[in-house]
Write a protein that binds this ligand. Structure first.
Ligand SMILES: Nc1ncnc2c1ncn2[C@@H]1O[C@H](COP(=O)(O)OP(=O)(O)O)[C@@H](O)[C@H]1O
Ligand SMILES: [Mg+2]
Length: 409
């Protein structure tokens, strides 16, 4: 680390030296103090003084939720306070390539969820790990991009929500919104989530885990005798209901197993829970806050990808969910407990089933929930007194403060 050392004597003479290490030291007999001002990088610091903070918004990605992510990006970009922040837009295409986007034309068909896509790339980006400027390079001309203070990634699913991008941003020393590497990875894997939650005493849906390479019962009769019918079959690492099936018989079982294994080498077979779907939004680092509860009301067999993103008559999101005070409090308390047990930070949406018998079962934790203005997470906060723009600002502030604390720690 570079540092200037300024010696201040009783005679008010100043001496600036170039050596390292001293922070603040009294020098006996001379009556002088030595103060060192550490400079991470002079150029970067000078730049920072002159400019607003710069947010990189990341969207798209390689997961099945690419289009959903593009939709989320529109709202996030619109909500960022331009008096406070400058923007760098990074579109990740379906091959995983990072491209530099222009705000005015980065999307084709932005209003149509079925045909929305990234505009053809103008220039790809290279990354430079380490603490010093530059972090990102425009591969087309070799020019460094402006220094990025914080990233807001709305990359969902594989590589976006599973700790991969979080690890890359960490290596690049860019603070980011959302759970860190561990929290992201554990919450992305529904089997791992359940293992941690069971250990923490949080009730979860009864299930068995199957591996593509064997290692567990795959026998319909054995599973049905354990879990009953109907059952849900789902990939361990997916989102947006992709690869999820509700099964009532042996034929559907085989098809559902094949479908889930198409998406992942590890899958879950779960008891179907008859009851209501209740969701909460958690926000914060060490002392997280929990929003009001919301409920998903769908007439379909379950909340599928098509209903989530394409159906014009969206299922009702009832906010706040009509719950007794004690059930409401119990769900919110469990959400907070799960958030902390799973090493979450900054934000997560915690989803529950509430059975007809009043049992509360945690279904899953989403560390990068849908973020369009119609999505449950921002709506829950809006109903709790934090509108979309204020929420985005709060998330960026939390990301910066988590990074600051990590540096101090
Ligand atoms: N065990 C279950 N019992 C009842 N419904 C379920 C069960 N598992 C999933 N579902 C239904 O399927 C939807 C998607 O499953 P979920 O586990 O939330 O996966 P995803 O990560 O894809 O959202 C849920 O919102 C719910 O409607
Ligand atoms: Mg879900």
């Amino acid at each position: 680390m570079n540092a200037y050392h300024i010696f201040v004597s009783f005679k008010y003479t100043l001496t600036v030296l170039g050596s390292d290490k001293i922070l603040r030291m009294y020098i006996p007999r001379t009556g002088a103090y030595a103060i060192s001002i550490p400079l991470i990088n002079e150029t970067v610091m000078q730049q920072k003084e002159r400019r607003k903070l710069r947010v990189a918004v990341l969207f798209g990605g390689q997961s099945a939720e690419h289009e959903v992510s593009l939709r989320s990006s529109i709202n996030v970009i619109r909500a960022i306070n331009r008096k406070k922040y400058d923007l760098t837009l990074i579109g990740v295409d379906k091959y995983g390539r990072w491209t530099l986007c222009r705000e005015k034309d980065y999307l084709i068909n932005p209003e149509n969820p079925a045909t929305i896509c990234l505009s053809p790339a103008q220039s790809y980006l290279g990354v430079v790990p380490g603490q010093q400027h530059p972090q990102l390079i425009n591969a087309a001309n070799g020019q460094a991009l402006p220094f990025i203070d914080v990233a807001f990634s709305v990359l969902h699913g594989t590589y976006g929500e599973d700790g991969s991008v979080q690890g890359l941003l960490r290596v690049l020393s860019i603070p980011y919104v959302g759970a860190d590497v561990l929290g992201s990875a554990v919450c992305m894997d529904k089997d791992m989530t359940k293992r941690v939650l069971r250990d923490a005493g949080v009730p979860v849906t009864p299930s068995v885990t199957l591996f593509r390479q064997g290692g567990a019962i795959r026998n319909f009769d054995a599973i049905v005798s354990q879990l009953g019918l109907p059952i849900f079959i789902k990939p361990a690492n997916q989102g947006s209901s992709v690869g999820v099936s509700r099964v009532n018989n042996r034929t559907a079982f085989d098809e559902a197993i094949a479908l889930a294994f198409y998406y992942d080498a590890k899958i879950l077979v779960e008891q179907a829970i008859i009851g209501r779907e209740i969701e909460t939004a958690v926000l914060g680092n060490d002392s997280p806050e929990v929003s009001v509860c919301g409920e998903i009301c769908s007439n379909d067999a379950f909340y599928t990808y098509n209903i989530k993103y394409f159906k014009s008559d969206q299922p009702g999101l009832i906010i706040p969910a009509p719950l007794t005070a004690s059930v409401d409090a119990a769900i919110r308390k469990t959400a907070r407990q799960a958030y902390l047990a799973l090493s979450c930070s900054i934000m997560a949406r915690v989803d529950f089933f509430l059975t007809d018998q009043g049992e509360i079962l945690l279904n899953e934790v989403n560390t990068l929930p849908g973020f369009t203005s119609l999505s449950m997470y921002p709506k829950l906060w809006a109903a709790s007194g934090l509108d979309y723009c204020a929420l985005v600002d709060r998330l960026l502030t939390l990301a910066l403060s988590r990074a600051h604390e990590a540096r101090l720690g």
